[in-house]
Design a protein around this ligand. Structure first.
Ligand SMILES: N[C@@H](CCC(=O)N[C@@H](CS)C(=O)NCC(=O)O)C(=O)O
Length: 228
């Protein structure tokens, strides 16, 4: 079946959509290769067919699915080989992990790097991002990132449960990577692409895991370069 993944494209064709990286890895995990369609953040006409305004969007034959977790569920059901979750319990715990990352990790990371994102966007997209972020956080992008040297230290502590997991196994999901790894990977990959901020210290076990994640699937994570 023909698969098309709509995701954000920035200047120099940087694929910087945070949630789309989860879907990219989920597809690679299943051995599926979609056609990638970059869209601008502010170009809602390009994704109007999906009847909502966010990416990633996966079109699989005649079906249109949006929201990265729903896409993962669709892939698991439609392409059951090479499981993403490891059964019902794994699926349920992955949903919990998805919520933890989206409600605890992403909102603490986004303010630190939001201003940097505008540097890889055209004027229209940068204005859109500024407007939506400043409304959501009630501060200017400049104010949000003003204390990031201190904020990043507290942010690293937030990741302790993931760090603990890696003491006894190479991946969050166990001996092999699975969807939980892709969930946590995605905000860190987003940060790597949009910002020069060193979110992880070099000797952090999570930094070692992150490099391992970048190497997966023939270096899929490295196909978009790090922000210099
Ligand atoms: N819960 C959704 C979140 C999707 C989302 O927020 N996507 C961002 C890009 S990474 C977006 O499209 N934002 C549109 C906008 O800000 O106008 C998912 O997991 O896919």
């Amino acid at each position: 079946m023909a698969l098309t993944l709509y995701e954000l494209g920035g200047l120099d064709d940087r694929r910087y959509s945070l949630y789309s990286w989860r879907t990219r890895y989920a597809l690679a995990h299943k051995g599926l290769t979609p056609e990638y369609k970059p869209v601008r953040l502010s170009d809602k006409a390009a994704i109007a067919f999906s009847k909502q305004d966010k990416v990633p969007i996966l079109v699989d034959g005649g079906e249109t699915i949006q929201d990265s977790f729903r896409i993962a569920l669709h892939l698991e059901k439609t392409y059951p080989d090479r499981p993403l979750f490891g059964g019902e319990v794994g699926q349920s715990l992955s949903r919990f992990f998805n919520t933890w990352v989206d409600r605890t990790i992403v909102p603490r990371l986004a303010p630190m790097v939001a201003l940097d994102v505008t540097g890889i966007q055209d004027e229209g997209d940068a204005a859109h991002l500024r407007r939506t972020m400043e409304k959501a956080f009630g501060k200017t992008l400049e104010e949000l990132g003003a204390n990031r040297d201190k904020d990043v230290v507290a942010f690293r502590r937030l990741l302790d449960p993931a760090r603990a997991q890696l003491r006894s196994q190479p991946f969050i999901s166990g001996a092999q990577p699975a969807y939980a790894d892709y969930i946590l990977f995605s905000p860190l990959q987003w940060s790597r692409i949009v910002s020069p901020l060193a979110v992880l210290e070099k000797d952090d076990a999570l930094a070692v895991w992150f490099e391992r994640m970048l190497d997966l699937y023939n270096g899929l994570g490295r196909t978009t370069p790090a922000r210099a």
